[in-house]
Ligand binder design. Structure first.
Ligand SMILES: Nc1ncnc2c1ncn2[C@@H]1O[C@H](COP(=O)(O)OP(=O)(O)OP(=O)(O)O)[C@@H](O)[C@H]1O
Length: 549
């Protein structure tokens, strides 16, 4: 029995690791069967995509690419786009490379008579650009000049783009993006974990080879436990966020029995696992600083959208295959518009802020408290109010509450250095208006983060300090993940069906477009010399996918 489940686990892991490696032959065959919808079928999307420059030309990856392709055909426009790219590179550069990039930009774009002079500028921006020096470069360039170039692109070039064949191509992709999504769109691999309403398993998009994690929510269980509103909120938050440090939602669809959230696959394990299961308890300091910098940036992104995370703890921070981390599980998150507070008790015991426990009105401040607890735990291998003897001494809920409200953390562990202690103490201020991140201040400015260049971190150009091993599956054995029991006696009515439809919106623009680009399908389907395979309809029928529209 035991051997059998070990074998099942091995088989499941092997298939999963192999899928991540990619099966080129099958994929190539499948891709040959695909085609973009015909332009004639894209009339209605022309109106539905709207006219928002930022969304169409900056945020949506395919939109951004096609707009850039359009700009490259007109020298004046191409120079403007190139300038923005170079300025972006300068913003991310460091040391001597940064100085060099600055001089290059001045010589290339700011000198009248040079081939790449920014001739699109007028008025004050033009004068400032011509007079810029290395000294006032940052203020002038990232201020007035950058804004003026962007304003220029938003005007005539954007209008012309919307009438060009490049935009027609964009509409074909937008139409393709709307294809109905069912379970047949994916291959399913091993179970990765268990959630409150169903399991999370690894899936792969048949047409692109992209791997994702699929969180399944059992419809009957949702109804029985009245979890519908929470599930819809989680879906809406995940759909709204756009940060490299929060899991992205790529698809939301339904099967007969489940609602499914298809998200970034995080196959490097969660931080709780890394604290307790690898080597000595606790994580090395350079890793803790790196992860906390990513968590802080992710959290600031949520707070900027008035979303309070409410469940910050190492278990909810997942690593990807490169060792970069993202916040996951927005199931307890809540949106609180400016000025609004809540007293609702939510979170996980040891990580809850005093104001949550005492049901005092709170907002985003509670997340900084929980981050303080989490940093402490990453260093020490135990949480500050539970203490090192948690196993020997059982701390009940009331005692934990008492300690969080009254006690100061003690730093006995040898790994606490003065700066680490300081940032933890500042996050663990019981008075909210004294807490780091809550005084109109920016936690990223704390000296503990001095080794981190946050712009480079967000751009993903700082190599992670630790790389998960590619041949290790950082998840429980499949046999150790308990199965769900059947839910009996639940029937669905019209209201339930309406909710299922509201949830199942298919592909989510930004992650889906990124998938098309990253997996090469974007280039493949745009290739004018491409020949589709004649067997495409056969393959289509076999898989049941909606490949050709
Ligand atoms: N994006 C992901 N990539 C890989 N594994 C994941 C991902 N999301 C979740 N998991 C795994 O599935 C488990 C359950 O997911 P999650 O915590 O989001 O579900 P939940 O229903 O909110 O659970 P809970 O009731 O514990 O809050 C996680 O502990 C993790 O092991």
């Amino acid at each position: 029995m035991c051997d059998m489940s070990a074998l099942d686990n091995l088989v499941a892991n092997t298939a999963y690791l192999k899928a991540q490696g990619g099966d080129e032959k099958e994929l190539r065959k499948r891709r040959q069967s695909l085609a973009l919808p015909k332009p004639g079928n894209c009339v209605s999307v022309r109106t539905s995509v709207g006219q928002d420059f930022e969304s169409l030309c900056e945020l949506q990856p395919i939109g951004k690419k096609l707009f850039r392709n359009f700009l490259s055909e007109t020298p004046e426009y191409a120079v403007a786009a190139e300038f923005l790219d170079e300025l972006n590179d300068w913003e991310l550069a460091e040391g001597a490379a940064k100085d060099k990039a600055c001089t290059n930009i001045i010589n290339q774009f700011c000198k009248e008579g040079s081939k790449s002079f920014l001739s699109c500028l007028t008025g004050e921006a033009l004068e400032k650009c011509k007079a810029v020096t290395e000294k006032d470069f940052e203020v002038v360039m990232t201020g007035k000049v950058k804004e003026a170039v962007r304003e220029f692109l938003k005007g005539k070039p954007f209008m012309e783009y919307m009438l060009s064949p490049f935009f027609d191509k964009f509409l074909q992709w937008k139409q393709y993006e709307k294809q109905p999504i069912t379970e047949k769109y994916f291959y399913e691999f091993r179970t990765l974990g268990k959630g409150g309403f169903g399991e999370v398993c690894a899936v792969q998009v048949k047409n692109t080879g992209q791997m994702y994690a699929c969180k399944k929510l059992c419809k009957k269980r949702l109804k029985k436990k009245q979890g519908e509103k929470m599930a819809l909120m989680e879906k809406k938050f995940l759909e709204k966020v756009n940060s490299p440090f929060i899991v992205s939602l790529a698809y939301a669809f339904e099967t007969k029995s489940h609602l499914c959230l298809v998200m970034t696959l995080m196959n490097g394990g969660d931080l709780k696992y890394h604290i307790y299961n690898i080597g000595e308890k606790g994580i090395e300091m350079d890793r803790i600083i790196y992860y906390t910098a990513q968590i802080t940036t992710g959290m600031l992104h949520l707070h900027a959208m008035d979303i309070v995370y409410r469940d910050m703890k190492p278990e909810n921070v997942l690593l990807d295959s490169q060792g970069q981390c993202r916040l996951s599980d927005l199931g307890l998150a809540i949106e609180l518009p400016p000025g609004k507070t809540t007293t609702q008790k939510a979170g996980t015991g040891a990580y809850m802020a005093p104001e949550v426990l005492t049901e005092t009105p709170y907002r985003t401040e509670v997340d900084w408290w929980s981050l303080g607890v989490s940093i402490y735990e990453m260093v020490a291998g135990y949480t500050p109010f539970r203490g090192p003897d948690a196993k020997k001494e059982k701390v009940d809920k009331e005692e934990m509450k008492r300690r969080i409200i009254n006690d100061e953390p003690v730093f006995e562990h040898k790994n606490f250095d003065p700066l680490t202690k300081d940032i933890i103490l500042q996050f663990l201020k019981k008075k909210v208006d004294e807490r780091l991140g809550c005084k109109g201040d920016d936690p990223r400015k704390h000296e503990w983060f001095k080794s981190i260049n946050f712009a480079r971190l967000e751009a993903g150009v700082i190599p992670p300090p630790w790389l998960p091993k590619p041949n290790v599956v950082y998840a429980k054995d499949t046999g150790d993940i308990a199965e769900f029991s059947d839910v009996k006696g639940i029937e669905f009515n019209d209201k339930d069906e309406k909710f299922f439809k509201e949830f199942s919106t298919g592909a989510i623009s930004i992650p889906w477009q990124k998938e098309m680009i990253d997996t090469g399908l974007f280039d493949e389907l745009n290739d004018p010399h491409r020949k589709e395979s004649s067997s495409r309809l056969d393959l289509d029928k076999k898989s049941g996918t909606c490949a050709v529209l």
